[in-house]
Design a protein. Structure first.
Length: 255
């Protein structure tokens, strides 16, 4: 007799909420059984990278292809790998900050025609490995926190799957930090069909964000690149990368 897991029994329209509840349950369990809760973003994301924190298996949700999680595997990045080089060429971008760059798993398969690629991540162990395995002329990796650290000035800040893991206040601070860098464009994750943006208790949890909705209040993006996301049986089919000029964000509600 066939057994069913909880995801199969849960109606599709309830799966996003069930996923958030599962994440919060893991967070609560971790707080109860761990003698030490990470105190900083660096400690917390390093714990997740090592397979600790709220995710008891390897990395994000036990994904085996990339330490950065299921959304960073080759299947879920196929559209981005094809379209990102074209988008950068269309806007004349010659330099890019990829923050967070994660383990560079899928990006190494993406042939960007730029003069300078800078990969930045808050997890030092990831950066050390990337420097050893992937550093090259025109490609470097640095340790950094998008919320609090000074950022290099580039043509495009590429911030995929980051703000969705930060509490709203920290996400807003990261956006201000992007603007302070003097960079030109922001290309970042957004979910255009979502009507309400939820908050998180602390970094490392997840929820979808529509950056044109409060409290972010971005204007309509210059370009929208739908990623073709198939995770959770299509529950996040609107997952996209939105392109904005950072100078155009000054009048948004996030200020």
């Amino acid at each position: 007799m066939r057994t069913h897991n909880l995801r199969e029994l849960c109606p599709p329209f309830l799966r996003p909420a069930a996923k958030r509840l599962k994440c919060r349950a893991k967070r609560l369990l971790f707080r109860l059984v761990s003698p030490r809760v990470p105190r900083s973003r660096s400690e917390l994301f390093s714990e997740i990278y090592r397979g600790g924190g709220y995710y008891p298996r390897r990395g994000w949700h036990g994904d085996r292809s990339s330490f950065s999680g299921p959304g960073s595997g080759l299947e879920q990045t196929a559209v981005i790998r094809a379209e990102l080089p074209r988008l950068l060429a269309d806007i004349g971008a010659r330099s890019i900050l990829d923050a967070p760059c994660g383990d560079f798993y899928w990006m190494k398969e993406c042939h960007l025609d730029v003069d300078q690629y800078i990969g930045m991540d808050i997890v030092r162990a990831l950066i050390d490995k990337n420097l050893h395995d992937h550093a090259a002329p025109g490609r470097r990796f640095i340790v950094g926190d998008v919320v609090a650290d000074s950022l290099p000035q580039v043509d495009v800040i590429f911030c995929r799957d980051c703000l969705v893991h930060l509490p709203t206040r920290e996400a807003l601070r990261a956006i201000e930090n992007f603007q302070h860098s003097g960079s030109t464009f922001l290309l970042t994750t957004t979910f255009p069909t979502r009507k309400v943006n939820e908050n998180l208790d602390q970094p490392g949890e997840w929820r979808p964000l529509n950056l044109t909705q409060p409290p972010f209040g971005f204007p309509p993006p210059m370009r929208v690149l739908n990623e073709g996301c198939t995770e959770e049986h299509g529950s996040y089919a609107d997952k996209s990368l939105g392109l904005w000029r950072l100078a155009d964000l000054g009048a948004g509600e996030h200020q």
